[in-house]
Design a protein around this ligand. Structure first.
Ligand code: 3PG
Length: 212
């Protein structure tokens, strides 16, 4: 699939789902807040099941698989119906598996060398992770010097909140932003769907303001 959805929404909710039973209510809470893009991380045993359940129950959601550390993760994610993949780093095995499966992948990078390697491997939309810990907006501004003309776009993730979100969205090299702040593990564990919807709606307001 193409990744226009990402450029339209400009936000990916990064979710850690311990119980597959929470997957559909979580997706519903995000959708109710105006966000249709969710990344289910492969950090829990139920991740693939969670992806499959959301895909079945809510075809209007765009569901990706995150924390893809191995080719096996990629294959399991694709089998579950994942529509995009995200990795915290740049792995040739993950890259190859994603290309083989025709899965759009957002590999993680920080340094110029990693960006060059990702471009060599055929990826243009890169997760910039962990964004806040590695220079955040200032680092992205500096990277635009040598890489601005390449068409590379970033999805900064890690330490982003509604408060610093506008600073990232203002950068032309930022395609979208990822984060867990609207659906933290604790909120999911408490099944606090109204709070997740409210935090999502707040984030979507910031995004609408950035587009205006
Ligand atoms: C992750 O993969 O953990 C994401 O980068 C989420 O980061 P955050 O929890 O700081 O939003």
């Amino acid at each position: 699939m193409n990744i226009d959805f990402l450029l339209q929404q400009r936000l990916v909710c990064v979710a850690v789902i311990d119980r597959p039973d929470d997957a559909v209510p979580l997706a519903q809470a995000l959708l109710a807040g105006g966000l249709n893009c969710i990344e289910v991380t492969f950090r829990t045993a139920g991740a693939a099941e969670a992806i499959a359940r959301i895909r079945k129950a809510r075809p209007d959601a765009i569901v990706g698989a995150g924390t893809l550390l191995t080719a096996d993760h990629v294959n399991k994610a694709v089998a579950a119906g994942a529509q995009f993949g995200v990795s915290p780093g740049l792995s040739e095995a993950v890259s190859r598996a994603a290309h083989d499966a025709k899965l759009p992948l957002f590999p993680g990078v920080i340094t110029p060398s990693e960006i060059m390697r990702a471009l060599d491997l055929g990826w243009q939309h890169l997760k910039f992770f962990p964004a806040e810990a590695f220079g955040g907006v200032n680092a992205l501004k500096a990277l635009a010097g040598p890489f601005g003309h390449t068409g590379v776009k970033f999805i900064p993730t890690g330490g982003i909140t509604a408060a610093n979100l506008p600073n990232y969205l203002a950068l032309p090299q930022v395609a979208a932003v990822g984060g867990s702040w609207m659906a933290e593990k604790k909120l999911i564990a408490e099944k606090n769907w109204p709070k997740i919807t409210a935090l999502t709606a707040e984030a979507m307001k910031v995004i609408a303001a950035a587009k205006a």
